[in-house]
Ligand binder design. Sequence first.
Ligand SMILES: Cc1ncc(COP(=O)(O)O)c(C=O)c1O
Ligand SMILES: N[C@@H](CCOP(=O)(O)O)C(=O)O
Length: 465
Amino acid sequence: MRYVSTRGTAPALGFSDVLMTGLARDGGLYLPESWPHFSPAEIRAMRGRPYDEVASRIMAPFIAGEIADDTVSAIAREAYATFHHPAVCPLVQTRSGEFVLELFHGPTLAFKDVAMQMLARLMDHVLAERGERATIVGATSGDTGGAAIEAFAGRDRTDIFILFPHNKVSPVQQRQMTTSQAANVHALAIEGNFDDCQAIVKAMFNHHGFREKVRLSGVNSINWGRIMAQIVYYFTSAVALGAPERAVSFTVPTGNFGDIFAGYAAKRMGLPIERLAIATNDNDILARALRSGRYETQGVVATTSPSMDIQVSSNFERALFEAWGRDASATATAMDGLGQSGAFTIAPAALERLRADFAAGRSTMAETADTMRTVLDECGYLLDPHSATAVRVARQLDDGQSPMIVLATAHPAKFPDAVKEATAVRPTLPSGLASLMDHEEKYEILPSETEAVEDYVGRHTRAVG
Ligand SMILES: Cc1ncc(COP(=O)(O)O)c(C=O)c1O
Ligand SMILES: N[C@@H](CCOP(=O)(O)O)C(=O)O
């Protein structure tokens, strides 16, 4: 399996290189050159199998023998043993035809753990095989950072630098990033918003001299390895509800478009998905783009679902590339427009393809709070604000044709203030994390400037080439 860049001018790479590369050298994102396909019999055979086993089966065609199957299986076993639920990602029914897919049973209580626990181990394996070290950078609006720090802390071959927007993450999210005592962990509070953090990370990748000097690698969903591991729960949840005989639908709380793109990939790989719905909060750039055909950034507003407070949604580029019939030059032109004027227009044929693949809706903060209350009243189930955003949109779009699976991306205890405000119930952290808020914090506050961050990373990484 080779991987190609959405912008067409970076070299095609194999799996291990894609895993370690992060952003393509032309600024694009890597995608497999063709989609592997699972037959109905192969999908049926996943029913009732342990999560780690299904994960190994789904990832095998992407890894394509570059890492031995036995090693991948062992890594998956170890990665999912860190989860606090035997099913890893269990389904809970919230009403007739509506199911919540709980993706928050990992060590940091967000869906990021599902991929990050795999990614850290796969990267470690590749680095050990090559006898190399790497500098990992990541931008976070709150959850990726904690999950990445937990997965990479103490690993000898990597130093990890996580950029988060100063004062714009929840107190629990912040502590998950700032209380690690591991010497290879660096939490950087950037004086800006998530889009600024992500822009700095991309600028570091596009600064080739720096990139080579520190052997830069990324753990955001720009890294194909993240998307690959997120495809798995679409399969496990769909087969639990009757796939491949019965089609299912998904609604996904969306920010950087990585999670829903994994759903799109699952569909391309043969999973019968009737509807794939993007749920946005008040920062509804994706819903507007699908409605109007124009992707146009506005200011970000702070919401009760801060992890989705995003304007530049990285993986939308992968969806555009696909919708444009894999026309890398059209994709690159659109991305140039975004860089220069903060906007681009989607060509009519590509827009039609996007609309065929994705539905979209938005839930305002008030609607999200109302949904948290309603679901609690209906069935005693407490949602976090991100998952509630998706339940709201799922109910707006519901056509009753197929079971609707709503991705629950975070544990409510990560956002106790918003949950309490909406429901009067203050969720508590699971016992393993109960003392988190008492731990001492360690982080650096930096201006929103690439040079300042590069300088800090350059002085603190041990992976100088
Ligand atoms: C809790 C939560 N829900 C939803 C999202 C949005 O996911 P994605 O960025 O993959 O669209 C995020 C951030 O990524 C998140 O942390
Ligand atoms: N919401 C995310 C933003 C980064 O997303 P990623 O999936 O690209 O890592 C977060 O919580 O950090």
